[in-house]
Design a protein around this ligand. Sequence first.
Ligand code: 5GP
Length: 199
Amino acid sequence: MKKGFLLVISGPSGVGKGTVLHDLMNTQSNLVYSVSATTRKKRDGEIEGVSYFYKTHEEFEDMISKGAFLEYAHVHNNYYGTPREFVENKINEGKIVILEIDVQGALNVKKNTDNGVFIFLAPPSLQELKRRIVGRGTETDEDINIRMTNARKELEHIKDYDYLVVNDHLNSAITSVNEIINAEKHKVFREENIEFEEN
Ligand code: 5GP
C-alpha cells in the first residue's frame, strides 16, 4: 500500500477552489475531502457535515482546548479548523486527504507535518476576483471588502507553497491540479516497499 498524504489547497475566497475540488473528487481515485468546522453562519445551499460542521464560539473553543484540531485559524472574523481524527485515520488508510484551508492554516500544517503537498490557486487578477465574489451574491459589502483585503495578504504567501495554479480557465486549472496529484502519487518515497518477484 502507498502512504497517504495531505493535499493542501489554498487561495483567496472566490477563486474557485470549491469548483475545482468538486471536479477532482469525481475524477481522481483515493481522494477524501476533510470537512472543516467553523463558527461562520451557514450560507444558503450549504449542508451541515458536508460543507462544514457548524459550531458556536463556545463549542469551537472547547474543541481547541481538547486538541481536536490538526490546525485552526481565525479567518474573516470567524474560526475555521480541521478535525484531527478524521485526517489521521484516512492517511493511515492510504488516502489523499484534501484540506481546503487558508494560508495561516496551511503554514501551520507545513510546520507540523512533512507529509503535505501545498497548492495555491490564484485568480488571474484582483479585479477578476472581486467580480467573482460580487457575482456569487452571498456576501455583504463589508464582507466583500474583508475578503479582498485578505486576498491581497494571501497572495503574498504564494512562495510558501509547492505549486501555483492560476484559475483563468476552469478546465485548465483542473487539469493542472490533476497532473500535480498524479505526479505526487508516483513519488518513490511514497511506496511502502518496492519488491519485484523473479518469476
Ligand atoms: P468560506 O467562509 O468562504 O467558506 O471560507 C473562508 C476561508 O476559510 C477560505 O479561505 C477557506 O479556505 C478557509 N478555511 C475553510 N476551512 C478551513 C479550516 O479548516 N482551516 C483553515 N485554516 N482555514 C479554513
